[in-house]
Design a protein around this ligand. Structure first.
Ligand code: GLU
Length: 466
């Protein structure tokens, strides 16, 4: 059997982190088994679907490197096919026309609620002679669902789940205005796209019982189902805005690397021993549905941030320089010319050691692109005492005499510390303040080297004159 999975988001909002995990699991499962991963945009709700949301889904998936293997299928383009299948069920006797009016349906619901039953359609048109159809009323088409027995689903994550058929009423597959219902469209599309495994959030589990009945009515082979537990916030409540970022593009903007986010999402609900760092290739090699847990998982932003730091330290310096420059472009007061880009690239190995996100990385690199006079933060300003400034004045010619490679600068500073009787740290602190306007930076030797002789000496001179 060819393994074929799909991610089927409704473009009614942002690509949520839970959706991203669903996409990831579908992607990994199909890759692991040498199959295909498809994307279906479920845009049949024309009122709530937006172009912008479609774009956010495509952008989010591209950013996560979860591009589908074929162009996306837009559900709204398949309405004629959904109608055709509903007609086929009508002809085969698996569905029937229902002429109940909105008013009758309302009364049915009220009566059911009054008697303490769940509100449901009473099946009154199921066996009624169509000759009794009232004039001028467009019928809806309902599926004739079995009345006895259970509908059983062998879910790959949840195990065997079942519902008594008596609980399920005859659902509408085609509304009286001729539009297909969502439950019906999904089944027709999954069948036509030859989906072998439906992997989705467990909020769809109850839909599955109904969808199974449509598959059966059409005599179509069932796909396998795997319903993934939800992602909750740290407090166990459904993940929402108040817990932090929830949309994939927000995580991007907050400075997370896509591969770190994917690694984090992979470990959310799936495990491989104690392994924390599992890159894409390892994930494809290792992932399978049977190790997905049944319990809801909790989003832990601190853990994600830690993991992001690990990935950041491993990331390519040219790439991180590009990312940093992109972010710095949005900051005022910087001069992002080639010189600044060169400085950032040269200091990147040191900068990335200290950052957990790209936002932190950009903030820590900004001093390299500042024009003089540098702004000083309060701590740095307080370090530049008269004594510290006279020390900097003495140091300046010493530095001017070195060739400004990191080892040469380091040697010059050490030698000066020895001969002058200062501790190295006592030199580095005011130097750092003078060069960066702050009290944190990579090693002072590499920082000096990255700024270069001319700029470093000019910054020191400006600090001396403060
Ligand atoms: N369109 C549905 C959603 O966004 C998913 C349907 C499915 O995966 O079957 O929740």
């Amino acid at each position: 059997m060819t393994i074929r999975t799909r991610f089927a988001p409704s473009p009614t909002g942002l690509l949520h982190i839970g959706g991203a995990r669903t996409a990831l699991f579908n992607f990994l499962f199909s890759r692991h088994h040498g199959g295909e991963f498809l994307l279906r945009i479920e845009d049949t709700d024309r009122q709530r679907s937006t172009e912008a949301a479609v774009q956010a889904i495509l952008d989010g998936l591209a950013w996560l490197d979860l591009a589908p293997d074929a162009p996306p299928v837009f559900q709204s383009t398949r309405v004629a096919r959904h109608v055709e299948v509903a007609q086929a069920m009508l002809e085969s006797g698996h569905a029937y026309r229902c002429y109940a009016t909105a008013e009758e349906l309302r009364r049915m619901r009220e009566a059911a609620v009054a008697e303490g039953r769940s509100p449901r359609y009473d099946g009154s048109w199921r066996d009624r002679d169509p000759a009794e159809a009232p004039a001028g009323i467009a019928p809806a088409i309902r599926l004739k669902t079995p009345e006895a027995g259970d509908t059983v689903v062998q879910d790959l994550v949840q195990g065997e789940v079942r519902v008594a058929n008596a609980e399920l009423d005859d659902m509408i597959i085609l509304r009286s205005d001729g539009t297909p219902t969502y439950l019906h469209a999904v089944v027709v599309d999954d069948h036509d796209m030859a989906i072998s495994h439906v992997i989705r959030g467990d909020d769809h589990l109850t839909n599955t019982f109904r969808q199974v009945q449509i598959f059966r009515a059409m005599g179509w082979e069932l796909p396998a189902f795997a319903h993934l537990p939800m992602i909750h916030g740290a407090d166990g409540a459904k993940l929402s805005k108040r817990h932090g970022a929830v949309s994939v593009l927000e995580f991007r903007d907050e400075g997370f690397l896509p591969e770190a986010l994917c690694n984090y999402l992979l470990r959310l609900g799936w495990g491989h021993g104690d392994a924390e760092i599992i890159d894409r290739d390892a994930a494809i090699a290792l992932f399978d549905i049977d190790a997905v847990g049944r319990a809801a998982s909790r989003m832990d932003f601190a853990k994600l941030t830690h993991l992001n730091g690990v990935y950041l330290r491993q990331a390519d310096d040219d790439r991180l320089t590009r990312e940093t420059l992109d972010r710095l472009r949005a900051m005022p007061g910087l001069n992002l010319d080639d010189t600044a880009a060169g400085r950032i690239r040269s200091l990147m190995p040191g900068l990335k050691e200290r950052a957990k996100t790209l936002v932190e990385l950009a903030n820590s690199a900004a001093f390299l692109a500042r024009e003089r006079p540098l702004p000083f933060d309060a701590k740095a300003a307080s370090l530049l005492t008269p004594m510290a400034r006279s020390l900097l004045a003495e140091l300046s010619p010493v530095l001017a005499a070195t060739d400004f490679s990191a080892p040469a600068v380091d040697q010059a500073l050490r030698r000066y510390a020895e001969t002058s009787g200062h501790k190295l740290g006592a030199l580095a602190q005011p130097l750092r303040a003078a060069l960066t306007g702050s009290t944190t930076s990579p090693g002072i030797d590499v920082t000096l080297a990255a700024l270069g002789r001319e700029e470093a000496l000019a910054r020191i001179a400006a600090a001396v004159d403060r």
